[in-house]
Design a protein. Structure first.
Ligand SMILES: C[S@@+](CC[C@H](N)C(=O)[O-])C[C@H]1O[C@@H](n2cnc3c(N)ncnc32)[C@H](O)[C@@H]1O
Length: 254
């Protein structure tokens, strides 16, 4: 007992003094059974980040609803070309789409128009304030095939299978990306697609904080552990990668 009392402070000193070299489990305190398997690590916290790392990437803090006007800024159409993004998706009338992290609905109404009156868009958010903005925007635009859903950080809680799940400028801020994408994969239809749209980190000309940008290699690395197959990267957008994955039957276990 006495020897433990003496050793403990030394262990603490060693761990603290070498902290940058260590990767601590993020959920050790309350998820002991999950500790060894945790894919997350604590590390240096930067101003817009969580200090939580996944595959060596610091996860960004999510954008709060206070920033919503920026999502609907008039110049966004020219900066991001949503028309090109929609064209790249090649949606069919009647498709069921999940707009994960829909924000105020800048893309939701466009997706709803693309799938037509027999199609449906689930706008999923973790912030109720964003869903209120989504609903207001759909009402103003007289769009009736968008349904808002409150999801959790590890599961969008979609009520049915979808043809397409899309995350536009969202994935980099998911605080539980491993669990969230696994849950998304479970709700993709057999030929369903997951599309990630992220600002290009490789390109210093893209005027976005670095923590809110991702490289194509990083996205593909993080998706490689999921029940997904890489399909292609669309490079026609001015500032973003658009990376298409499809559900992998061979890796689908349920
Ligand atoms: C930068 S905004 C982008 C909004 C929208 N996709 C757009 O492009 O206009 C990111 C949004 O993702 C949401 N978000 C972050 N993590 C989420 C998660 N795990 N599930 C659902 N929404 C999430 C945030 O609440 C925020 O509204």
């Amino acid at each position: 007992m006495l020897s433990r009392l003496f050793i403990a402070p030394w262990l603490c000193f060693i761990l603290i003094s070498t902290a940058p070299a260590f990767q601590f489990s993020a959920y050790a305190a309350d998820e002991t059974e999950h500790t060894k398997a945790s894919p997350y690590a604590l590390g240096k916290k930067t101003p817009d980040g969580l200090g939580l790392y996944y595959f060596g990437r610091e996860i960004a803090h999510y954008m709060t609803h206070v920033g919503a006007p920026w999502l609907d800024r008039p110049e966004r159409d020219a900066e991001e070309r949503p028309d090109l993004l929609l064209a790249a998706l090649a949606l069919k009338p009647g498709d069921i789409v999940a707009d994960l992290g829909c924000g105020s609905g800048y893309f939701s109404w466009r997706l709803a128009q693309a799938v037509g009156p027999n199609g449906l868009v689930y706008g999923v958010e973790i912030q109720p304030e964003m869903l209120a903005l989504l609903n207001a925007q759909m009402k103003n635009r007289q769009i009736t095939n968008v349904i808002g859903i409150i999801g959790s950080t590890d599961n969008p809680h979609l009520p049915q299978s979808v043809d397409l799940a899309i995350m536009i400028d969202v994935y980099h801020e998911c605080s539980r990306p491993a669990e969230y994408i696994a849950a998304v994969c479970r709700t993709l239809k057999p030929n369903g697609r997951l599309v990630l749209v992220e600002y290009r980190r490789e390109d210093p000309q893209v005027p976005i904080k670095i923590i809110h940008k991702m490289t194509e290699a990083q996205i593909r690395l993080e998706m490689s552990v999921q029940q997904l197959e890489y399909v292609k990267t669309v490079k026609s957008l001015p500032r973003q990668h658009l990376i298409i994955f499809k559900k992998s039957p061979s890796r689908y276990t349920e």
